[in-house]
Design a binder for this molecule. Structure first.
Ligand SMILES: Cc1cc2nc3c(=O)[nH]c(=O)nc-3n(C[C@H](O)[C@H](O)[C@H](O)COP(=O)(O)OP(=O)(O)OC[C@H]3O[C@@H](n4cnc5c(N)ncnc54)[C@H](O)[C@@H]3O)c2cc1C
Length: 385
């Protein structure tokens, strides 16, 4: 068993940590005012190879392994979890395009996103529901030279700032469920496509909103892969994105924890630094323990992926556990700061709001536990024989 990162992995982590500390951390709280994200900053990030670095070089990434991509997103999210959405979504959408799109389309679209020139969104959820993701209503019907898309997507991260979206639409019948779903790459300035944005609790620089498709015409080349393959394409991607989300929220929790260890050594009560009281240090020591355990499970998930081994269960484990743990740890850190922790001048409240969204986004805890149970005992866990 080998628990250490390689020299190359540490060198890339070092670049990400320096960029995060110098270029992202100073603006983290100001960005809470709302989006869009600063494109110059994203270009800088892309120029350093920090956006979806795991994408192969010929498609604009640097071809690193999943573990290294995890180190990058953890470092970025330590400074600003919301900027972490950019490598997350670029990696998720980018991998689907690299594996399934025409190579010249994938080369152009993914390379621009890895360079920080464009933002990609993933549009799966609909007003009728997100957990039952195979029950899509948005339709893509064939026309003479392509498809016409009509319907609504909702709760889409970056809906009002993305340049293109990978949209999951029904090309088959509703009875076909998952087998009737196909993926389309749609430009966000396509005629007939409009968006709205929500007034969210957290991740305000990313933003979330609805996308309305009013007979949006796309070329046949917008279909990614073959008809009916869309659901399988996106579900495979989630096994990867869930491990990255684990590291994003743990990176944010680590930032609050680091600040808390510093604070308790400076703050005095009853004539001593509060660090002298076990009532103060023990909750932080517990947080250290849990963060370390959850972090190792995230890296194990990515390592399994890098070995080409199954990791669906592990990905679901970190997806339900890490966002809940991060929320609890940040809550504890806020309390360790006393009255000052409750102020909007401190970052804990913002991190609390940001990590909360990822208890829902990319699948709720209940859905992850269903996945774990299904992997363990099969379809009987879903009430099916
Ligand atoms: C911050 C954030 C970012 C997001 N970004 C995106 C994005 O970029 N793209 C995108 O497509 N979507 C995105 N989403 C949507 C997200 O994926 C869905 O909200 C999520 O899958 C849950 O779907 P729902 O909200 O419709 O809840 P529902 O499916 O309506 O579920 C409501 C509640 O019932 C529970 N529930 C449902 N079915 C069961 C069951 N069988 N057993 C037990 N409990 C169950 C759920 O766990 C949940 O607690 C985002 C959401 C958030 C909050």
């Amino acid at each position: 068993m080998e628990f250490d990162f390689t020299e190359d992995q540490r060198a890339i982590q070092d670049v990400a940590q320096r960029f995060a500390a110098e270029r992202l951390a100073p603006g983290f709280m100001a960005r809470d005012a709302g989006g869009p994200l600063d494109r110059d900053l994203l270009r800088e990030m892309g120029g350093l190879g920090l956006i979806a670095a795991e994408i192969p070089e010929e498609f604009g990434g640097t071809g690193v392994d999943g573990v290294t991509a995890g180190l990058i997103i953890e470092a970025i999210s330590h400074a600003d979890l919301n900027v972490g959405y950019v490598p997350l979504l670029t990696g998720l959408v980018g991998a689907i395009l690299v594996q399934n799109a025409e190579p010249d389309v994938a080369r152009r679209v993914v390379a621009e996103a890895c360079a920080g020139e464009t933002l990609l969104a993933l549009a799966l959820t609909e007003p009728g529901g997100g957990s039952d993701a195979a029950n899509l209503k948005l339709k893509a019907r064939r026309s003479n030279d392509g498809y016409v898309i009509s319907g609504e997507k909702t709760s889409i991260s970056m809906a009002d700032q993305a340049d293109a979206a990978l949209v999951f639409a029904r090309t088959g019948t509703e009875a076909e469920r998952a087998h009737g779903i196909s993926a389309f790459l749609v430009s966000c300035d396509a005629p007939g496509l409009s968006t709205t944005s929500f007034d969210d609790l957290g991740s305000r620089s990313v933003g979330r909103g609805s996308m309305f498709f009013d007979d949006v015409k796309v070329d046949a080349s917008a279909l990614i892969g073959v008809e009916g393959a869309g659901f399988r394409q996106v579900m495979g991607g989630f096994d990867y994105s869930r491990a990255l989300i684990g590291l994003m929220v743990l990176g944010a929790a680590r930032a609050s924890l680091d600040e808390s260890w510093d604070f308790i050594q400076e703050r005095e009560a009853f004539g001593k630094p509060i660090a002298a009281y076990q009532g103060v240090t023990f909750p932080l020591a517990e947080a250290e323990t849990m963060i370390e355990a959850a972090r190792l499970l995230c890296y194990k998930t990515l390592w399994l992926r890098d070995q080409g081994r199954p990791h669906t269960s592990e990905a679901a484990m970190v997806k339900w556990w890490a966002p809940k743990l991060a929320f609890d740890v940040i809550h504890q850190c806020l309390l360790a700061h006393g009255h000052s922790g409750y102020s909007k001048d401190m970052a804990h409240q913002q991190r609390l709001r940001d990590v909360l969204g990822l208890q829902i986004g990319d699948g709720t805890a209940q859905i992850q536990k269903m996945v774990i149970a299904r992997e363990r005992i099969g379809r009987v866990a879903l009430g099916r024989s």
